[in-house]
Unconditional design. Structure first.
Length: 344
């Protein structure tokens, strides 16, 4: 296997702690302004506008906002504006648009529609100035820096960090604010963890499951995408609460399952699902010290359930980058994909 520093993806994984620290240092005023606007508006709801990895970041922030701010969050289909020209009643709410490139036409159109309807609109983007920044009342440069690998890594993580920082300012949640401030050091620890034992049971597999619940479900969605994107292995993400309701039908001996558990109220339920799949012969590895049958993977404890969940993606990125190379693939340039996809 080649050395880990030979792909852009690996270099960009290693840059995540520095990118997060840069974001937190330079964007404090932007976080405060967006948080103040949300406090003043006191929105009855929030909608998210995103696709792909950005939509997984939005799902993470949906859980974080609902758990912390106590308001409902819904994902809007960008085609509602760009294709269907629907007029949505968003004046009483807020909108969060996430786009790495800042120029996907359907994301921009939906953000413009939300702003025009009177919503407090916030853009998280790695490109400022950009159309998405102009479409929203508040634009936050996530400052991930150039990302040359097609697979998003540091831009995904910094989108979540930026969203959590705004949430901390909005709600005044001191525990969350402290946890976000500590993320760069926790990311540095997480980037050094190895999950390569999981690669041995995945390499010959045709399909696998990634489990999560709550914020960790968003991380599971991102992991499943990256499996498909960089390794050519079919992967599906499921809630630990749903996997035994139907998807378990195709689980047999040696079926690989990656269970992502954070130190939160859902951890026990994820462990229970993982143990149930282990009993059916699946090869299950889990980020929890509570498992008896499933194999334990190393993880970082941050002291806060939300930041615990986001740190899980770093060792996963290391796993999938190495697995891609071991299969003779280039994680920087997956087949049929390009860095920027502009959907109408």
């Amino acid at each position: 296997m080649q050395s880990l520093d030979q792909t852009n993806m690996r270099r960009e994984i290693d840059e995540i702690p520095e990118a997060a620290a840069r974001l937190l240092e330079r964007s404090a005023n932007a976080f405060a302004a967006a948080g103040a606007a949300l406090r003043a508006k006191d929105p009855a709801f929030l909608v998210t506008i995103a696709r792909g990895s950005s939509d997984h970041a939005a799902l993470f922030l949906k859980y974080a906002i609902e758990l912390t701010a106590g308001i409902p969050v819904a994902s809007l289909g960008p085609s509602l504006a760009s294709i269907y020209e629907a007029k949505l009643k968003l004046g009483g709410g807020a909108a969060l648009a996430i786009s790495q490139s800042g120029k996907s036409p359907d994301i921009v159109a939906m953000a413009e529609a939300a702003t025009g309807a009177g919503a407090i609109s916030i853009a998280l983007t790695n490109t400022v100035p950009s159309p998405i920044a102009e479409a929203c009342r508040h634009a936050i440069d996530i400052l991930a820096g150039p990302e040359n690998s097609v697979a998003a890594t540091k831009s995904f993580v910094n989108s979540i960090v930026a969203g959590l920082a705004v949430l901390g300012e909005w709600t005044g949640d001191r525990a969350l604010q402290r946890a976000v401030a500590d993320l760069p050091k926790h990311f540095a620890q997480a980037a050094k963890l190895e999950w390569l034992d999981f690669a041995a049971c995945v390499n010959e597999a045709e399909s696998l499951y990634v489990l999560g619940r709550g914020p960790a479900l968003a991380i599971a969605n991102e992991a499943a995408l990256k499996f498909k994107e960089t390794t050519g292995i079919h992967a599906e993400a499921f809630s630990a609460a749903e996997v035994l309701h139907g998807p378990v039908a195709i689980v047999g001996p040696r079926f690989p399952v990656l269970a992502l558990a954070a130190r939160d109220a859902a951890e026990d339920s994820v462990v229970k699902a993982a143990e149930g799949l282990s009993a059916k012969g699946a090869v299950v590895q889990i980020t929890s010290g509570k498992a008896a049958e499933a194999r334990r993977l190393p993880f970082v404890e941050t002291g806060h359930p939300l930041t615990d969940a986001v740190t899980l993606i770093l060792p996963f990125y290391g796993l999938v980058e190495a697995l891609s190379r071991s299969r003779g693939l280039n994680p920087d340039a997956p087949t049929h994909l390009r860095k920027i996809t502009e959907t109408i």
